[in-house]
Design a protein around this ligand. Structure first.
Ligand code: ATP
Ligand code: MG
Length: 292
């Protein structure tokens, strides 16, 4: 395992990848990796080179990482970010994707939020289109959020397919011990919060939360700490049952996703007073948009 910090990581990568990529600067970093703007020397083009943090690379292992990346490499769709290259170099695990100058949907939200209705619906439709393609091939993203939607000439492309799944698989083993939460609290489905099996519906839930944020300016669940956000998520499942009306109406209308078993406590305590989620209190219209 490499015990190095971010500046040293960049120097290390610059040295070990110098024959193929010239690393120019850091674009950003998230929970799993650092992203660099680099020049692909062979094809003379700008690329984004994403390198897993050393402790994750060590926990995941090259074989599992490259296997999941291969799954992602087989996906070809206008709204999925294609994969150019991937590899292992001196203990570092990396993959290379097109550099998207337009940045992420999060960057756009930082400039303009909420978005106009037409823009919000166009982006959501494009992400849904990409997800539908991947789900029909049994590939689930698991971490749909504005940071993972890039805007290429104004059109949405989903980044990071495959990697969230690899990390999540590893979470069952070594990474759990490191206390890693797979997924992003504000956009996680109840079944993901509960550690249950997830399928494409979990991504659709995440996309619903993103749409809510595009339209209202805040995700449906907010809080000062990840655990507070997750608690709201579970509370909301109960609120949802009340919102849908009586016990019978709720069981007739609610989807049959495994996460909706969370509704059981609310169904057995229909009169309990339950808080509306923060953003729904601010905009009931927004919450209907997200849920209907
Ligand atoms: N291909 C790309 N082109 C341009 N910018 C990118 C690209 N990939 C990522 N970025 C930028 O780098 C930032 C960090 O990306 P990264 O995927 O490491 O973290 P994240 O998406 O914020 O969180 P997570 O680790 O949960 O995926 C993104 O928010 C985005 O702004
Ligand atoms: Mg990402």
């Amino acid at each position: 395992m490499l015990e190095i910090g971010l500046p040293e990581l960049q120097d290390h990568l610059t040295a070990i990848l110098q024959d193929r990529y010239a690393i120019q600067r850091e674009i950003g970093h998230g929970g799993m990796a650092v992203v660099y703007l680099a020049r692909d020397l062979k094809h003379d083009r700008e690329v984004a080179l994403k390198v897993l943090y050393p402790h994750l690379a060590a926990a995941l292992g090259a074989e599992r990482f490259l296997r999941e990346v291969r799954v992602a490499a087989r996906l070809h769709h206008p709204h999925l970010l294609p994969l150019y290259d991937s590899g292992e170099a001196d203990g570092s695990l990396y993959y290379v994707v097109p550099y998207i100058e337009g940045g992420s949907l999060r960057d756009r939200l930082e400039r303009e939020s909420p978005l106009p209705l037409t823009a919000a619906l166009q982006i959501t439709r494009e992400v849904a289109d990409g997800l539908d393609y991947a789900h029909r091939r049994n590939v689930v993203h698991r971490d749909i959020k504005p940071e993972n939607v890039l805007l290429d000439e104004g059109h949405a492309v989903i980044a990071d397919f495959g990697v969230a799944r690899a990390i999540s698989e590893a979470a069952d083993t070594q990474l759990t011990e490191a206390g890693l939460l797979v997924g992003t609290p504000a956009y996680m489905s109840p079944e993901q919060v509960m550690g249950e099996a997830v399928d494409g519906r979990s991504d659709i839930y995440g996309l619903g939360c993103v749409l809510f944020e595009l339209l209202t300016g805040a995700p449906p669940f907010t809080g000062h700490a990840p655990l507070a956000v997750l608690a709201q998520r579970l509370n909301n499942a109960r609120w949802l049952a009340r919102w849908h009306g009586s016990r019978q109406t709720a069981s007739r209308r609610l989807p049959s996703s495994p996460g909706f078993s969370l509704l059981e406590p609310a169904r057995s305590h229909p009169r309990r007073s339950l808080p509306l989620p923060y953003a729904a209190r601010r905009s009931r219209r927004g919450s209907r948009c997200c849920l209907s």
